[in-house]
Design a protein around this ligand. Structure first.
Ligand code: NAD
Ligand code: UGA
Length: 461
């Protein structure tokens, strides 16, 4: 068999929620480029090689299947992939530091630095190293020092190409992104790297949507974009708290303000609070950077976005307790949805984790159901001492419960037979709709006591 010749070789270190889908889309759109995705986790790589992908993402399996074995490869042989590649994307995790200086806020860059040192060790030719992970602004500076302190005469050009995909819509976001951002230095080598990366994305993204900038702007834009998105959610959630006190309706307020084209209608959905692996981590990272640069007021400003989110989650549980006669001990409560949003099995920083823990502290009997996230939910709660059950059938989960609390906006929860659910529950039966997706009036007419977010409760008392 003749070996296929590729025009270019790309490696991606880190086969997670970003590395896997991003590279699958690049490979599917660029058949002339060989893309190898590597990871230290052998089970993760094995899953990428199977039809049981390690992450649930609508449409992803089709994209992977289109390119896998043709020009898309998954491997644990990191060194070989790096050596062969002209462009190395790094999309390893960058969690919040849990120890030492900056603990609880700063980004923990140990995985990134380890990766950089490994690249230096194994490389035998010049390479473009692309920051795909979300990193504090000016990380490229440190990385350049590590990478270019080699005695092999190799040049590494560091570029920042942050990823803006959202989970649950990753494939769509990658195939038609609002923009692709490429930050490079404006030196000869930097501009050459910029051209290479622009040409790569131009295989399928309109060039007018490929934005170039200096490295620092690209790094900071990623943190700023997440901070702005999260800020909108905290803003509408803060308004939801006022609505509950004043009989204003947060959906009506959101609609009215969102029709102002300067504000826009997206990301105004009041909720139980935002979750996900990045908003909290990236804002806290921004806060840490502000503190580092002596910008205390700016740090406080952004920190409040996270504090408002904590408040919203806590408020949801307080509403449950007070509605249920100030005691939920021994009461069965069914949580509908554990993923941090619909269409993903990801539960990282999901509000449902905090809600479950608070309900267990009150000695409630918590039953969790979710179409895609039960395995992750079990892992998240493995240290919990109280009574917690995991049940895939929502009807079984809610049977005999005093309350159901909807935490994730899975579409299927709007289509359940609520008469059947009501009949199977203890009375009085409560619904706490943390996403405002259910038909509250109808539930009330069936007999439920309904507590939405930012709207007047509908109760029979
Ligand atoms: P993830 O935890 O799903 O994946 C990271 C992968 O890197 C893991 O599989 C891990 O085994 C691997 N890894 C860690 N160290 C390694 C090493 N030294 N060599 C090889 N592999 C290594 O994380 P993720 O959600 O994909 O996020 C990655 C980065 O992308 C983060 O900086 C995150 O902030 C950013 N980001 C995430 C999203 C998202 O939706 N999840 C979106 C945009 C940006
Ligand atoms: C977010 C950003 O949207 C992406 O652009 C970014 O790339 C990514 O973070 C990242 O850096 O990781 P993601 O967290 O996957 O993506 O999902 P979002 O759709 O942003 O939702 C985040 C959280 O906010 C979810 O819990 C969601 O339910 C909640 N949300 C969202 C609301 O409560 N209300 C809204 O109106 C919108």
């Amino acid at each position: 068999m003749t070996k296929r010749k590729f025009r270019k070789h790309i490696a991606c270190i880190g086969a997670g929620y970003v590395g896997g889908p991003t590279m699958a889309v690049i490979a599917s759109q660029c058949p002339d480029i060989k893309v190898t995705v590597v990871d230290i986790s052998a089970p993760r790589i094995a899953a990428w090689e199977s039809d049981n992908l390690p992450i649930y993402e609508p449409g992803l399996l089709d994209v992977v299947k289109k390119a896998r074995g043709r020009n898309l490869f998954f491997s644990t042989e990191i060194d070989a992939a790096v050596r062969a590649a002209g462009i190395v994307f790094v999309s390893v995790n960058t969690p919040t530091k849990t120890f030492g200086e900056g603990a609880g806020k700063a980004a923990d860059l140990q995985y990134w630095e380890k990766t950089a040192r490994n690249i230096v060790r194994v490389a035998d030719s010049d390479k473009i190293i692309v920051e795909k992970s979300t990193l504090p602004v000016r990380t490229a500076h440190a990385m350049e020092r590590i990478l270019n302190a080699n005695s092999k005469g190799i040049h590494f050009e560091v570029a920042s190409n942050p990823e803006f995909l959202a989970e649950g819509s990753a494939v769509k976001d990658l195939l038609s992104p609002d923009r692709v951002l490429i930050g490079t230095h404006e030196t000869k080598a930097g501009l050459a790297a910029r051209r290479e990366l622009v040409d790569l994305y131009a295989h399928w993204v309109d060039r007018k949507n490929i934005v170039t900038s200096n490295v620092w702007s690209a790094e900071l834009s990623k943190l700023a974009a997440n901070a702005f998105l999260a800020q909108r959610i905290s803003s509408i959630n803060s308004i939801s708290a006022i609505c509950e006190k004043t009989e204003a309706d947060v959906a009506e307020v959101g609609h009215a303000i969102g029709m102002d084209s300067r504000i826009g209608s997206k990301f105004l959905q009041a909720s139980v609070g935002f979750g996900g692996s990045c908003f909290r981590k990236d804002i806290l990272n921004l806060v840490y950077l502000c503190e580092h640069y002596g910008l205390a007021e700016v740090a406080h400003y952004w920190e409040y976005v996270v504090r408002m989110n904590d408040f919203q989650i806590t408020r949801f549980v307080r509403t449950m307790i007070s509605a249920m006669f100030n005691t939920i001990a021994k009461k069965r409560i069914a949580l509908f949805g554990f993923a941090f949003k619909a269409n993903t099995g990801d539960t990282r920083e999901s509000p449902a984790i905090y809600i479950t823990r608070k309900l267990l502290e009150e000695q409630a009997h918590v039953v969790i159901t979710d179409p895609k996230a039960l395995a992750n939910a079990k892992a998240d709660l493995s240290d919990c001492k109280g009574t917690v059950e995991f049940v895939s059938d929502p009807y079984a989960a809610v049977r005999g419960a005093h309350a159901m609390a909807l935490c994730t906006e899975w579409n299927e929860y709007t289509r359940l037979d609520y008469k059947r659910i009501f009949a199977s529950m203890e009375k009085p039966a409560f619904v706490f709709d943390g996403r405002n997706i259910l038909d509250h009036r109808r539930l009330f007419e069936i007999g439920f006591n309904v507590f939405p977010v930012g709207k007047r409760p509908l109760t029979h008392f």
